[in-house]
Design a protein around this ligand. Structure first.
Ligand code: NIG
Ligand code: FE
Length: 412
């Protein structure tokens, strides 16, 4: 099947030779072709160019995209899409003045979600999660990472990861699975944190590896959750099963999470709302992608990741949603791109790069998605008629998308 798009107002993120990631000043360059054509063959991008140079092409279908733009789908490298129930009661409590920490200490937070998930069947959990995945696909996400971490028992963690596996089997987009057994300390292990860590390492991790349910390991490295030492121990144990770290660090406190991530060859360190100069230094010359989650900053009213400090230090940066019931109940990458510009002072070019190719890097998918490059998957966003690509972050809260293609197929 050959599908030809013609008269594209602007084809965004076109890279003849794809890069793995973009850092520093490179992030401010978004290569585009105005008045372009794009050819898709089966599930892949096969060719593109300027309308003026459109060769004779035999295709099965031609679609005129006058006034519309085409860009690679968003790559959302940090989500918790698989969860049960919601926490809108806690949202109410926070509006009335309680902090995220106070709510968690009162039995809310991650443990609240874990209790609900433990009492939810695998089928029900799948249905609830699939609905969210359908929603984010319509919002332009064409590759996504999903974490466990709301199970916190062997059975419930495996249940979550099996649900992710089923989503991988049933959906037409790359989905990467991350094991986040050390997301919070279960009540049964109160004051027995080292026992829980041993349980994760000795019992849960080998079962996850045995069923081949995850590619990455995550830990919530934070005061009151898991320390740098705990994190180091968990990452070392996971490395024996070839799980590479993608970890939660520096959300509320900079306690050395970035450093322990980089030392353990993390693919990404995520959150980074609190950043010290040492953290920036640790990231230099590393292969670790810093990931910002501005939806979480918006929802919890906490600082935004200092994007300027990171990019101006010549580092790369990716953007993701953190879609979860407690700190970011939205999987809308369009909004994330807007927030990055409005609140983090990223340019539209930087934000689009951060949400596509750098997001792909943070899932080991740069060779497959994240740019308009021959041979990459035809996972695409077709915009409505918009005046310029800057309009995407500018018109915050409105949906710029007219159509979505995954693997070269229109998603209805
Ligand atoms: O990424 N910070 C840790 N985990 C999630 C939130 C968890 C929750 O509140 O349910 C996050 O923000
Ligand atoms: Fe998260």
């Amino acid at each position: 099947m050959k599908l030809l798009f013609t008269n594209i107002k602007e084809l965004l993120q076109v890279r003849e030779n794809s890069v793995l990631k973009l850092s520093g000043k490179e992030m401010n360059i978004l290569p585009t072709i105005k008045n372009a054509w794009l050819l898709i063959e089966d599930d892949k991008i096969s060719d593109y160019g300027k309308m003026d140079d459109l060769p004779e092409i035999s295709s099965d279908k031609i679609i005129d995209l006058s006034g519309k733009m085409v860009l690679p789908s968003w790559c959302d490298s940090h989500t918790h899409i698989v969860y049960a129930g919601n926490r809108e009661q806690e949202f109410g409590q926070r509006i009335s003045g309680l902090s995220y920490e106070e709510i968690a200490n009162n039995g809310g937070g991650i443990l609240n979600s874990a209790k609900t998930l433990q009492n939810t069947s695998e089928e029900d959990l799948y249905d609830q999660s699939a609905k969210r995945l359908d929603e984010v696909i319509k919002l332009g996400t064409g590759a996504v990472e999903i974490k466990s971490g709301y199970g916190l028992t062997k059975d419930a963690e495996l249940k979550m990861l099996r649900v992710i596996k089923k989503l991988q089997q049933n959906y037409n987009l790359p989905i990467k699975a991350t094991f986040l057994g050390a997301h919070a300390l279960p009540l049964e292990y109160k004051n027995k944190k080292s026992e829980y860590i041993e349980h994760v390492i000795q019992e849960i991790l080998p079962a996850v590896a045995e069923e081949n349910l995850a590619e990455y390991i995550d830990v919530f490295c934070e005061q009151g959750y898991f320390s740098v030492e705990d994190t180091n121990k968990l990452l070392k144990a996971a490395a024996k099963f070839n799980l590479r770290p993608k970890i939660h660090v520096n959300q509320f406190n900079a306690i050395g999470g970035v450093q322990v991530g980089v030392k353990n060859n993390a693919l990404s360190v995520d959150h980074l709302e609190e950043m010290k100069t040492e953290d920036i230094e640790a990231l230099r010359n590393s292969d670790t992608m810093p990931v910002a989650l501005p939806g979480c900053s918006l929802f919890l009213s906490i600082p935004y990741t200092p994007a300027r400090m990171i990019i101006d230090a010549d580092l790369p940066l990716a953007l993701a949603t953190d879609f979860n019931p407690g700190s970011a109940p939205s999987g809308n990458m369009n909004l994330v791109v807007s927030l990055a510009c409005i609140k983090m002072k990223m340019t539209p070019e930087e934000a689009i790069n951060a949400a596509t190719i750098n997001g792909a890097y943070a899932m080991d998918l740069s060779k497959k998605v994240g740019s308009i490059t021959k041979g990459k998957l035809a996972n695409l966003i077709i915009t409505k008629c918009i005046p310029s690509y800057t309009y995407i972050p500018y018109a915050f809260g409105s949906n710029p998308i007219e159509a979505i293609y995954l693997n070269g197929k229109l998603i209805k």
